[in-house]
Ligand binder design. Structure first.
Ligand code: NDP
Length: 287
């Protein structure tokens, strides 16, 4: 059996075309969606992510500003900029690229962003709203995964969903969205005893581990939908390519549907950042 490919690039393209139309309509009424991205330091992966986010904004007709700070920037300076952006009516979304250098208290920085402009959905108020089933912004990566699951088709109600990973940015909000969608959810992590026992029960398996090709075919239930969130760079001696947390070659023979890496969850994460920024702008315009 060969699994159906869930093409994140194709879905992202379709959604972004719709966002562009909505952004143009909003701009014609005087509100252009605006995103501010703050980057501190020179982490090469962060630089790529930020560049991709800014480019995606430009392609969708959004206004964007990129604010770069050196690795030794004073937290007070960045916090002052966030306060300024909170008050700026041209900005509807503020994103601070993580990780931050060690002199920063990441939680304090995330809490400084106005919850109304917290398009990453990491502010405690927005995390709480998500928990209560009344979200303001869905965190972009899990939101993108839900869109891919929609594309895969079939109801999620009553399905066994297993999430490997319990981070605040992926695993935990992912589990919450699947729970709200009616799945029975199991969250696995590094202390889970007998991981395969859990993963083999999953109708929907989401891997957010950060370990290359960690999930192998023998860990997957035949016909399962497998979503690979991982982005891992292989060492140069193995080709230096990007690969996911799922061993694509063995899993595609067992699964019913699978996301590739690259071209699966990655493009959807940025797409949902655009979705959140657009929704924020529409709210600001009273729509
Ligand atoms: P974290 O490192 O914060 O979390 C990884 C999770 O995996 C932890 O909960 C950890 O458990 C768990 N884990 C580690 N080893 C094992 C193991 N042997 N068995 C079971 N669970 C294990 O990573 P993130 O959540 O931030 O990211 C996960 C992956 O997704 C990374 O590859 C990252 O690059 C990628 N990513 C991709 C995005 C995209 O747009 N596609 C966006 C964000 C992340 P414990 O809590 O016990 O330590």
């Amino acid at each position: 059996m060969t699994a159906k490919l869930l093409d994140g690039n194709a879905l992202a393209k379709k959604l972004r075309a719709d966002f562009k139309t909505r952004a143009e309509a909003l701009a014609a009424q005087g509100t252009r969606p605006g995103l501010a991205v703050i980057l501190v330091g020179e982490n090469p992966a962060s630089q790529v992510y930020v560049r991709n986010k800014v480019n995606a904004c430009a392609e969708a007709g959004f206004h964007s500003v990129k604010l770069d700070y050196p690795a030794d920037a004073a937290p007070a300076e960045v916090l002052a900029k966030i306060a300024e952006l909170n008050a700026d009516p041209a900005i509807h979304g503020i994103l601070v690229q993580l990780p931050l250098p060690p002199q920063f208290d990441e939680d304090a920085v995330l809490e400084a962003i106005s919850p109304e402009k917290d398009v990453d959905g990491f502010h405690a108020e927005n995390v709480g709203a998500l928990m209560q089933g009344n979200p303001r912004f869905l965190p972009c990566t899990p939101y993108g995964v839900m869109k891919l699951l929609e594309e895969a088709g079939g109801s999620l109600k009553g399905k066994e969903a297993v999430v490997i990973g319990r981070s605040n940015i992926v695993g935990k909000p992912m589990a919450m969205l699947l729970l709200h969608a009616g799945c029975t959810v199991t969250v696995c992590h590094s202390q889970t005893a007998d991981l395969g026992f859990h993963t083999r029960r999953a109708d929907i398996l989401v891997a957010a581990v950060g370990r290359p090709r960690f999930v192998t075919g023998d860990m997957v239930k035949p016909g399962a939908v497998v979503i690979d969130v991982g982005i891992n760079r292989l060492p140069a001696e193995q080709g230096g390519k990007l690969c996911g947390d799922v061993d694509f070659d063995s899993v595609k023979e067992v699964a019913g549907a699978i996301t590739p890496v690259p071209g699966g969850v990655g493009p959807m994460t940025i797409t949902m950042l655009l979705a959140n920024t657009l929704e924020s702008a529409e709210r600001a315009a009273g729509q």
